[in-house]
Design a protein around this ligand. Structure first.
Ligand code: ADP
Ligand code: ZN
Length: 807
């Protein structure tokens, strides 16, 4: 019988393909290894899913041999490979695309080796596999050798002390501190006191500054309880899969009738309650047991502080995975995990696929955050999949948040997650800030003239500045003015390719002097006062163009800039408080390292008022911030999305949580026209459980998750009728498939999406809803054939399981 390999190739097809393993490679081709294989006359990089000796199910003469083996050691460890296959099945996603999420870059040496074998002719298509390799960096670390007392002097002694205190350091970093570092290190190395090592460097902003080791604080009672329960769960894990480090093997026998220990937790701690400290203890406990840990955070660029705290505790033996990495750095991080040199990975969504060795713990910080859902390509939810990966790997999973998602709370109620609570702020003097609502229907504009900077907000800012404290102003709109409207006919300027309003961005101007107080008339600036150099931008596609000088509909020269965006807020605040240092944090200013730089300036007290979007709400621990102003709380609440209230609530609680985190009491002003809205009222009362309770009941009543399960079929086409036709066909098919006909799956639609046109494509959708997952999967399975070859080829269909973005 021939030895056959099932290989997934990076094409959008769900099945694997069968190849013969040539005799020369038998025994070497293992699951998880990358191979080159011929596919429709091209050579593609594929991943072996399984190898077995068997008779082929298809005509043996059609089976081609594998062209080459790329990895001697499988690129994807068994645990990860199995997880990826399960993820692909869960989301009805092509296995080839899913594997690509986890695949490392292919090393230069490997390419060179393959070239030498003559395997890289003109036909090779490495797909998106990237090539990396090259520059090496020197590292120094102290050995276990002890010097004769008194034999080291000067810089050699100081360098050795530094290495012993802080662990391994790049030589370049030591040189920054010690002029004679090179010769000192040479001396130390000759005496075997120091080991020097060359390797791929983390050339990463997160590692630029050396981090002093910290001293772990004493946990408060709630933290200690949470840490102990996680520790107990880690202790109960099955022994690790045989790394060099022996895991603690003594598994206590479970008394009969006792529930198994929980291995998944929801850490529900108010803002500033010290969740991070609990994470650090959990990781320590995991490492002590010889297993690796994975930490996922929403946006790593916004969490330099968190990374710094991890480094302060664990040193640089940490893989930080983020989108700003060069391919070489990413690969270095990947490789160090893969070979087990580094056992802790931290990163955003995509870190879910990190090859952490002997995975024992997954932490998901700010688990409620929407960014854990990938909204393109494979539409996975990293939080849900973290639970799955941990469960399959026999690891512990901890989801942490001050505002847990309704989904996670539902899992607690169903006994799938154990809840750990941190009810108070960690700093002894800190308490939750006092929140007041400013009813915008009653309060007029303050001295700035802008109705969105009410008198109470203006006064509160004055007080904060006078006390030499800092303020954060949160506004959910980027740009200068969120819409441009004709003053004569009322027509809104919209994007040509999308059915959304264009936003006016003033951009960086050469003249950065703030306008004089009141100089920015509100609510609409007449066109002749508009600043030079601004652009109209679509926030959904890449469109950017000049501001027209007349209305496209009626031709009147009377276009008005309406509404308030962060750019304009920054300018207005700077104008009203000329003595204050004002800065802005939003996606427009937050280039590569800029957001870190802005947050660093904020922490150093070089900014008095920070204006920004969601970016200012995320987990920052800024001790001197005593005022948080929510400029317009209503902006997020009116969206046609069943999660609008939940999301609005989370934003409000999170941004409020930035105030008063240390000894100085904090204050929060929430401006709204809708003070009775539950999201606002519960946020103002710091009543997270109350809101969750109400929201869960509400979802139950209207039949939305977590009471039900959803799958969204997203259909789009350049031609409106093509899209509509495909959507209708899918809906009809869904209704007549067994699950649909038996009414175990409810089919809603077809309907036009709330944003009916995007990037020139008309969008439709069909929503499938069911009480249970089984029937929903059955219906989706019944639709895949139709999607693959029963629809107009100009229509694109995406299956979105557990959809998050409903627009
Ligand atoms: P969270 O992640 O829950 O918002 P953090 O972990 O950022 O909270 O903790 C808030 C602040 O409290 C931080 O400055 C942290 O250093 C401090 N902190 C945490 N635990 C303790 C403790 N046990 N004793 C003293 N300070 C603590
Ligand atoms: Zn657009």
């Amino acid at each position: 019988m021939p030895l056959l390999a099932d290989v997934a190739v990076p094409v959008p097809l769900s099945q694997a393909f069968t190849y013969e393993v040539p005799a020369a490679l038998a025994g070497e081709v293992r699951p998880g290894a990358r191979v080159l294989c011929e596919f429709h006359r091209r050579k593609l990089l594929g991943v072996v899913l399984a190898v077995s000796e068997r008779t082929a199910a298809i005509d043996p003469s059609k089976i081609k041999p594998l062209a080459a083996l790329v990895d001697a050691r499988p690129a994807l460890p068994a645990e990860l490979l199995a997880f990826l296959q399960e993820l692909a099945a869960y989301y009805f996603a092509p296995i080839g695309e899913v594997l690509r999420l986890a695949l490392p870059a292919i090393e230069r040496e490997q390419v060179r080796a393959l070239k030498a074998q003559g395997e890289l002719g003109g036909v090779l298509d490495l797909g998106r596999a990237k090539q990396v390799g090259g520059r090496k960096v020197a590292y120094a670390s102290a050995t276990d050798v002890v010097e004769e007392p008194g034999t080291l002097r000067g810089q050699a002694a100081a360098v050795l002390a530094l290495l012993r205190a802080n662990g391994e350091q790049p030589v370049a970093r030591i040189e920054e501190r010690f002029g004679n570092a090179r010769s000192a290190l040479k001396k130390l190395a000759e005496r075997n006191l120091v080991a020097l090592d060359e390797r791929e460097p983390p050339r990463d902003p997160f590692f630029r500054r050396a981090e002093e080791r910290d001293v772990p604080p004493e946990l408060n009672a709630a933290q200690a309880e949470a840490a102990a329960r996680i520790d107990a769960a880690l202790a109960a894990l099955a022994p690790s899969g045989g790394g060099e480090h022996p895991a603690s093997t003594h598994q206590e026998p479970r008394p009969a009738g006792q529930e198994p220990r929980p291995s998944a937790f929801l850490l529900f701690g108010v803002t500033g309650s010290g969740k991070t400290e609990v994470y650090l203890r959990a990781i320590k406990s995991c490492l002590d047991r010889g297993r690796g840990a994975l930490v996922m955070v929403p946006e790593i660029a916004l969490t330099p502080q968190l990374v710094a705290r991890f480094r302060a505790r664990f040193g640089d033996e940490l893989a930080v995975l983020h989108s700003g990495l060069s391919d070489a750095d990413r690969h270095a991080m990947w490789a160090s995990l893969h070979v087990g040199k580094v056992r802790v990975a931290i990163g955003a969504r995509s870190a879910l696929f990190a090859p952490v060795p002997d995975l024992g713990l997954i932490l998901v910080d700010e688990e409620h955050d929407g960014s854990f859902k990938q909204e393109e390509g494979v539409r996975y939810h990293a939080r849900d999949m973290a639970l799955l990966r941990a469960h399959r790997a026999g690891a512990v999973c901890v989801l942490g948040s001050a505002t847990p998602s309704i989904e996670s709370v539902a899992l607690v109620r169903r006994g799938k997650l154990a809840e750990l609570r941190l009810p108070d702020r960690a700093h002894r003097e800190a308490s939750l800030p006092e929140v007041s609502l400013v009813d915008l229907r009653r309060f007029r504009a303050g001295p700035s003239g802008d109705p969105l900077i009410s008198l109470p907000l203006h006064r509160a800012l004055e007080k904060t500045l006078a006390a030499k404290e800092q303020a954060i102003l949160f506004l959910n709109r980027r740009g200068f003015a969120p819409s441009v409207v004709c003053g004569s006919c009322g027509t809104l300027t919209t994007c040509d390719a999308c059915s959304v309003a264009l936003t006016y961005h003033r951009g960086r101007r050469r003249d950065m002097r703030p306008p004089s107080p009141g100089g920015e008339p509100a609510p609409a600036a007449p066109l002749d006062e508009r600043p030079e150099g601004g652009r109209l931008r679509c926030h959904y596609c890449d469109y950017a163009g000049p501001l027209p000088d007349r209305c496209g509909a009626c031709g009147a020269r009377n276009l008005l800039l309406e509404g308030l965006g962060t750019e304009r807020l920054e300018a207005t605040i700077a104008g009203s408080f000329p003595e204050a240092r004002v800065a802005r944090l939003d996606r427009d200013v937050a280039g590569k390292d800029r957001s870190q730089a802005i947050l660093a300036r904020m922490r150093e007290g070089k900014i008095d008022i920070l204006v920004g979007t969601q970016m200012v709400t995320k987990g920052h621990d800024l001790p001197n911030v005593t005022l948080v102003g929510v400029v317009n709380a209503d902006a997020a609440l009116g969206l046609p999305d069943f999660r609008a209230a939940e999301r609005g609530f989370q934003l409000l609680v999170q941004v409020a949580g930035r105030a008063g985190r240390r000894d100085r009491p904090g204050r929060v002003l929430i401006q709204t026209r809708n003070p009775e809205h539950p999201a606002i009222a519960f946020a103002a009362a710091h009543d997270v459980p109350g809101f969750l309770e109400r929201e869960i009941r509400e979802r139950e009543e209207v039949g939305y998750p977590p009471a039900t399960r959803l799958a969204l079929l997203r259909i789009d086409a350049v031609d409106e009728s093509v899209g509509r036709g495909a959507a209708a066909k899918l809906a009809a098919h869904a209704r007549t498939c067994p699950e649909g006909a038996a009414r175990r799956v409810e089919v809603l639609g077809p309907s036009a999406a709330p944003i009916a046109r995007l990037r020139g494509r008309y969008r439709f959708r069909v929503l499938l809803r069911a009480r249970d997952r089984g029937p929903l999967r059955g219906a989706l399975a019944a639709l895949t054939g139709l999607i693959r070859d029963g629809l107009d080829r100009n229509a694109r269909v995406i299956i979105d399981v557990d959809p998050v973005a409903m627009l």
